[in-house]
Design a protein around this ligand. Structure first.
Ligand SMILES: NC(=O)c1ccc[n+]([C@@H]2O[C@H](COP(=O)([O-])OP(=O)(O)OC[C@H]3O[C@@H](n4cnc5c(N)ncnc54)[C@H](OP(=O)(O)O)[C@@H]3O)[C@@H](O)[C@H]2O)c1
Length: 254
């Protein structure tokens, strides 16, 4: 899988799956655009990428809930690298709430997890058509149904919307040579659960319980999810579009 001269935008590149996939792309000689809010973490990941292939990534500090920041991601990428080959819509947050909590958590989940991907993909599409590029959306097994024992109502809805987004855009852009796919992880070891408000102890307990209940008796590591993203965005996956790839240690089977 060679990404030489390919320009790859990754949202949520400052942590977890996004950080892992950035380093993987660097190993394949990609030119990277790393975005997120945490500039310090972005700088750390950027250095790791540069050490791997000698190519300095472009960092765009951006809050994906801000339309101007989203526009800045595309404008700065084109100004700096002149093209877009791959867009990884990975930024996301595990918004938790009950239906009794009102509409605010829903708005937050939609703004971060799907509206951002919608707008960014829309702005990147003319360049993706030009490069015959592709999009990988990072969704979740939460897209298929409620996660039992976790108050993930707004999150589940946002990820279900993302899967429909993947399929609709894949259908629309297929004839123009642009592929759109989705990676849907189950529980994966990243700072995600803590960002969703679980304590460290809760997280340890959660991983143990999940691992015990999964057929493969383990949770996923972030590099494993990153591998799948890399594959789907590579030429090896040239016949794959509109597909939703589950990576969940068998969670969906039980
Ligand atoms: N870990 C899991 O168990 C799991 C399972 C299924 C799906 N996923 C999905 O995987 C994706 C990556 O999550 P992760 O597990 O790697 O978690 P993570 O380590 O918490 O990373 C989340 C990333 O999203 C970024 N982000 C969040 N809100 C943002 C905002 N408003 N503007 C810009 N960036 C924002 C964060 O960057 P900043 O903080 O720098 O802004 C961070 O880089 C998410 O879409 C998540 O839903 C994770």
């Amino acid at each position: 899988m060679d990404f030489s001269n390919k320009v790859v935008i990754i949202t949520g590149a400052s942590s977890g799956i996004g950080a892992s996939v950035a380093v993987l792309y660097a190993k394949q000689s990609a030119k990277l655009v790393l975005t997120g809010r945490n500039e310090q973490s972005l700088n750390t990941i950027s250095k790791q990428c540069e050490e791997v292939n000698g190519i300095k990534p472009l960092i765009v500090k951006a809050d994906v809930t801000d339309d101007n920041d989203i526009k800045k991601i595309v404008l700065n990428t084109i100004e700096h690298f002149g093209r877009i080959d791959v867009l990884v819509n990975n930024a996301g947050v595990g918004v938790r709430a009950s239906i009794l909590d009102g509409v605010k958590p829903f708005d937050e989940a939609i703004a971060t997890n799907i509206r951002s991907a919608y707008l960014l993909t829309s702005l990147a599409t003319p360049y993706l058509i030009e490069s015959k590029g592709n999009v990988v959306n990072v969704s979740s097994v939460a897209a298929f149904g409620p996660i039992k024992g976790v108050d993930f109502l707004p999150y589940c809805i946002s990820k279900a919307a993302m899967d429909q987004f993947t399929k609709c855009v894949a259908l629309e852009l297929g004839p123009q040579g642009v592929r759109v796919n989705s990676v849907n992880p189950g529980c994966t070891r990243t700072p995600f659960a803590e960002a969703a408000g679980f304590t460290k102890d809760n997280v340890t307990q959660l991983y143990t319980q999940r691992a015990e209940s999964y057929p493969l008796r383990k949770v996923a590591e972030r590099d494993e999810v990153a591998d799948l993203i890399l594959y789907l965005s590579s030429d090896r996956a040239r016949s794959i579009t509109g597909s939703v790839y589950v990576i969940d240690n068998g969670e969906m089977l039980v």
